[in-house]
Design a protein around this ligand. Structure first.
Ligand code: FAD
Length: 459
């Protein structure tokens, strides 16, 4: 298994695009072949459900409504009644849907159907969420680590509308850092996951949402929450530094993007954080101005004089519908690209820049798209980066197979692991289902049975 040695011969000059494409195709096919051949039954059922939902927009709408109401239902009968109402809106029933629709109306079967519906929603949520609390999630996090994946924990929560909720979220983050730092000491050594050329990669990695730290970051006046969020973030940065953890700041919609970026870079520049902790931010390639945003971040990184390089998680962006609808409503030009291929191309341009500027920042490529991932790996190899200098990130529940394939390939991966209860998890679950069943999504194309090779060609 490759470890941390430089990978093969570095190229001497820019390689022809055709050679890169050929290697991407080869690696993409190999990663796809590494998909596990044996799966447990519930996972198979879950995958089938996703494929069914991906093909049928009405069923998709019914499922989202079911997921939405499930946590609030008093009992199984109430859930079955909702299921019946939602399924009655679906015009053409496939055999399993027809069966569920009949059962949800039949008097004797209604209770059982409600229970099954509830169990199905819970099971689907369990696919994405590692545990209800950090302590109960710790064994699953350890198993991931043992299988060759580092982790980043995300504490799920409902929208923060009061100061107390913001403080409670900060308290939970703080406790999580302490709890996981203690648990991670018992994990076995995994050299590939623990060090890159810049130094130590903390075992504990927490992803934080700034809008959950304060109720004051609102679309109409994002600046109001700045001081409030800064206080909570400072406390978390201190804790992360003290327990040797990494703090990663997630990126949300455009409403808060500039404020979050400025705030985080400003805090990391403060003298008390010069020596640590390890920290990171997220760049969204679907934003038309993402490349200029990167210019600013790299200027900051060049001047910051911090001991630990900033990690940059490159994503396409999870708020495409929100950004597009908001822009339409206000008569603005959408801040996001409107063609999927434009986001894919921008993703590859930024991937290359992050690799080209290494070791100024630590690149983390977060995607389930085999083309995007294989392109990053091939480009990094050709640029002479050591294997441990490129991080590849996936979401728990959506990227598990890819993560196993990456580990088998000897690459360094990290799984983003949501932690929380079922109620807190519903908004997250709906976002992930939306993403995984949208027609433009790589994963939906694959579960829908699309051939692999056309998906691996240059965007
Ligand atoms: C570990 C991890 C952490 C993440 N953290 C964040 C985060 O902090 N913030 C965040 O916003 N997202 C985050 N995401 C989600 C991410 O932004 C993507 O939504 C998700 O990964 C799907 O992109 P993909 O490359 O995997 O799949 P693909 O199927 O290749 O891409 C789907 C993406 O393409 C874009 N897209 C879809 N349709 C169009 C269109 N018509 N025009 C232009 N672009 C389009 C959207 O961004 C969509 O999500 C994270 C993802 C991962 C794996």
């Amino acid at each position: 298994m490759p470890t941390t040695a430089p990978v093969e011969a570095p190229r001497s000059g820019p390689a022809p695009e055709a050679a890169i494409d050929a290697e991407v195709l080869e690696l993409g096919r190999r990663l796809a072949r590494r998909r596990p051949s044996v799966r447990n039954l519930s996972r198979v059922a879950n995958d089938r459900m996703m494929a069914l939902v991906a093909r049928d927009p009405q069923l998709r709408a019914a499922l989202f409504r079911l997921v939405d109401v499930a946590p609030a239902c008093a009992d199984a009968d109430e859930l079955a009644a909702h299921l019946d109402a939602f399924l009655s809106d679906v015009e053409h029933h496939s055999p399993p849907v027809a069966l569920a629709a009949r059962a949800s109306t039949a008097r004797g079967a209604r209770h059982a159907t409600g229970r099954i519906g509830f169990a199905a929603v819970r099971q689907m949520a369990g696919r994405f969420i590692v545990g209800e609390t950090p302590a109960s999630a710790a064994p699953a996090l350890r198993r991931l680590w043992e299988r060759g994946s580092a982790i980043s924990v995300d504490l799920l929560g409902e929208a923060t509308v009061t100061h107390d909720e913001g403080r409670a979220y900060a308290d939970r983050c703080d406790e999580t850092l302490v709890t996981l730092a203690a648990a991670a000491q018992q994990w076995p050594a995994r050299p590939l996951l623990e060090r890159d050329s810049a130094g130590v990669l903390p075992r504990v990695n927490l992803s934080v949402k700034v809008t959950a730290l304060t109720p004051l970051i609102r679309a109409e006046a994002p600046e109001r929450g700045r001081a409030d969020a800064a206080d909570h973030l400072r406390r978390l940065l201190r804790r992360a530094r003290d327990v040797g953890a990494h703090l990663h700041i997630d990126m949300e919609s455009m409403d808060s993007r500039d404020l979050i970026l400025e705030l985080v870079l400003e805090l990391l520049s403060e003298p008390e954080f010069k020596a640590g902790p390890s920290a990171g931010i997220v760049l969204q390639a679907y934003l038309r101005d993402s490349e200029e945003t990167l210019d600013g971040i790299l200027d900051w990184a060049g001047a910051a004089d911090r001991a630990v390089p900033l990690a940059i998680r490159l994503v396409k962006g999870a708020y495409w519908d929100h950004e597009t609808i908001e822009a339409l409503q206000n008569g603005w030009v959408p801040p996001v690209y409107t063609e999927k291929v434009e986001s894919d191309r921008c993703y590859e341009r930024i991937t290359r820049r992050l690799i080209d500027v290494h070791p100024l920042v630590r690149p983390a490529i977060a995607s389930h798209n085999l083309r995007s991932v294989a392109h990053a790996v091939v480009y990094a190899r050709r640029a002479g980066l050591a294997t441990h200098d490129l991080e590849l990130q996936v979401l728990r529940g959506l990227g598990d197979d890819l993560q196993d394939a990456l580990a088998a390939e000897g690459l360094r991966g990290r799984t983003y692991c949501p932690v929380g209860d079922m109620v807190a998890g519903m908004a997250y679950l709906v976002r992930r289902l939306l993403e995984n069943t949208s027609n433009d999504s790589f994963l939906a194309s694959r579960t829908g049975g699309a051939a692999l090779d056309p998906l691996l060609i240059r965007p």
